[in-house]
Design a binder for this molecule. Structure first.
Ligand code: 0X9
Ligand code: ZN
Length: 408
């Protein structure tokens, strides 16, 4: 029989207890921490906490007693509100949201109704074996012959609204093709690829009981018995740097190495293979922000022209959805996200949108079904703009030269 030293057994027991606690009766708190500046915000992110909302004088996040202890140790002032008793019910009150199988059915239905322009595809499988399904919208049958725009949702499981917006975008584009000249023109001359649920295992887990679980990561079983890797910390650019954690129990655990997860591997291989991709949008919630790279460093992207393209496109899109446009790192540093990788490796103009609501006091991750339609509507024009500009994102710099501001 294998004999282990007592200290190892005690440690194992302790870790198992932490893991069990985190996954069973863990109390969940909404926490508001006073912060003076970006460096205090970064110290919180560097403690392994996933910041959900940045205010001028504070930040807010959802966490457990573990995260509250971390804030205590940083010596920052904070207020907590226990939200674990709040009952929320995805199946009844939030029925309009799509669970995994409903999302698949919705994609099938778009394809069945519009076979000439819509076709389903898969970019791979999640850790638990769910198909990572997408829909391709284009009049052209020939793959990789037209400028391509990519939209993704739900890297973070509790951000269910980030599934609905790209799904509705797919339905909208397909249904308007016959009647709307602008949409027809776009789909005749572009490929639009939409994968609404990058993290289906986490999304399903978040709704497995009648209480939402505030689950963010995927469902990887980590070496210490805790669950989950933060998929938006698992890409390679800046992997393991500021605003990510090497502690498996952290909500911003980056995983054992870059692209350790099947979901991020699938995104990587798929995006790499679609050589005509020039623009990409990864939907998240919440805070109402339009973000662009870099997020892992305060440095600008190396090309000043590209930086101007990001800023011009970001601000233009924000003029329609009324979100706040900013470089990701101005919010807080976070390393290993989708957009830093996509821009760095493939020079794709990649954006993150933090959708509605604007704060946790107006619904946070669970704003209710009434948020779906207005949030989608606010983001139609930004999405069409991205698709339009996929042909040559650099052209936005010429259009910008409008000293009399005649262009609306
Ligand atoms: O932290 C994230 O992954 C994103 N926010 S969320 O609340 N949806 O988790 C923001 C990523 C943008 N990147 C940086 N802020 N650096
Ligand atoms: Zn997110």
């Amino acid at each position: 029989m294998l004999r282990l030293p007592a200290s190892v057994l005690v440690l194992t027991f302790f870790l198992a207890l932490v893991a069990w606690g985190r996954n069973q009766d863990t109390k969940i708190f909404s926490v508001r921490v006073s912060t003076k500046d970006a460096s205090e915000r970064n110290s919180i992110a560097n403690a392994g906490i996933a910041i959900d909302k940045v205010f001028s004088d504070s930040v807010a996040f959802i966490g457990t007693e573990i995260e509250i202890d971390k804030v205590k140790n940083l010596g920052l002032k904070y207020k907590v509100n226990n939200i674990s008793t709040r009952k929320l019910d995805f199946p009844s009150s939030d029925q309009a949201f799509h669970n995994y199988s409903e999302m698949i059915q919705a994609l099938d239905s778009i394809q069945n109704k519009h076979p000439d322009i819509a076709s389903r595809f898969s970019i791979g499988k999640s850790l638990e074996g769910r198909e990572l399904a997408g829909i391709r919208l284009s009049r052209s049958k020939k793959q990789d012959s037209l400028p391509t725009a990519i939209f993704m949702g739900c890297h973070h499981s509790r951000e269910h609204l980030s599934v609905e917006v790209p799904l509705k975008l797919a339905e909208y584009l397909a249904s308007q093709y016959e009647t709307d000249v602008r949409i027809r023109n776009l789909l005749d001359n572009r490929e639009v690829l939409i994968v609404p649920m990058i993290n289906p295992d986490g999304a399903e887990y978040d709704i497995t009981s009648n209480d939402y679980k505030y689950w963010r990561k995927n469902r990887r079983k980590n070496v210490d018995g805790t669950y989950g890797v933060d998929l938006n910390r698992n890409y390679s650019k800046g992997f393991g740097g500021s605003g990510s954690s090497n502690s498996p129990s952290s909500d911003i655990f980056h995983g054992p190495q870059a692209f350790s997860e099947p979901e991020t591997q699938a995104v990587r291989d798929w995006v790499r293979s679609r050589k005509k991709t020039t623009v990409l949008l990864s939907f998240h919630t919440f805070s109402e922000l339009v973000l662009w790279p870099f997020g892992h460093t305060n440095d600008q992207v190396p090309s000043q022209i590209d930086q101007q393209v990001f800023e011009t496109m970001g601000k233009k899109m924000a003029s329609w959805n009324k979100y706040t446009p900013q470089k990701s790192s101005d919010l807080y540093l976070a390393s290993g996200d989708t957009t830093d990788w996509a821009y760095d490796e493939l020079k794709i103009f990649a954006f993150t949108f933090e959708l509605s609501p604007d704060s946790m006091f107006t619904g946070g991750f669970y704003p209710g079904a009434s948020a779906i339609e207005p949030t989608f509507k606010a983001n139609i024009e930004p999405a069409l703009y991205l698709i339009e500009k996929a042909e040559n994102p650099y052209a936005v710099l010429k259009e910008q030269k409008d000293p009399l501001q005649l262009i609306p």
